[in-house]
Design a protein around this ligand. Sequence first.
Ligand code: NAD
Length: 246
Amino acid sequence: MGLENKTAIVTGGGRGIGRAICLKLASMGANIVTCYAHGEKAAEETVSLCREYGVTAVAVKADVASKEDVEALFAEAEKITGTIEILVNNAGITRDNIILRMSDEEFDQVIDTNLRGAFYCLRAASKRMMRKRYGRIVNISSIVGVNGNAGQVNYAASKAGLIGMTKSMAKELGSRNITCNAVAPGFITTDMTDALPDNVKEQIAKSISLNKLGTPEDVANAAAFLVSDDAQYITGQVLGVDGGMS
Ligand code: NAD
């Protein structure tokens, strides 16, 4: 599973699942470039933890919803490490509300970050990966994009959209030795899910086959497999990491 001499861009690596993915890929030898829209300190913490594995790691201020920021992120990454072999589209937000109350802003913010942001990164990455005739892409979707969820019309649409993009990218880029897969986490304990009361989390755990919530490392392990050589014949797939929820 060696990723030595490869560079990975992992969006939103300051905390949660993104940080776990940065650390896992760094532990496998990959150089890491992550980005943040806010939270410079957390992102800097992530890259300094990555450097403990002896790799090059940098955090770049870039909002994935901004085309200019994403172009600058990729240019900066190339300047530092010369190449980009791996992209993990992880940055994501929620703005939950029932449809009757969901504002245009709540809808747009989620689509702009989770889907448009991924599109900008995929476009920037594919240009470079096609030249190299090598690439490994993982999009962090969600079980909500597969099954839907009340109160998350915007989020579900963005995560289902990511699955459509994943399958289309796999078909478009397969002949250039570029794989593109999605990971669909279930309920993972991070800041994103911490806001829920303990009794609600207990209820959720009971509804999961494995009777427990997942960890960011569970998702990172799946992403690491999909970017490794062991997964070289796997593309266009959606790998559920949900303890059997789906
Ligand atoms: P989190 O809120 O803890 O972390 C999200 C990260 O993305 C943060 O570091 C944040 O700063 C960054 N980010 C947000 N908007 C950004 C932007 N515009 N530009 C750059 N960076 C941005 O969330 P998490 O739980 O670690 O989730 C990570 C991914 O996994 C998300 O895409 C999320 O939708 C997905 N996911 C999470 C769960 C879960 O249960 N936690 C389940 C399914 C899918």
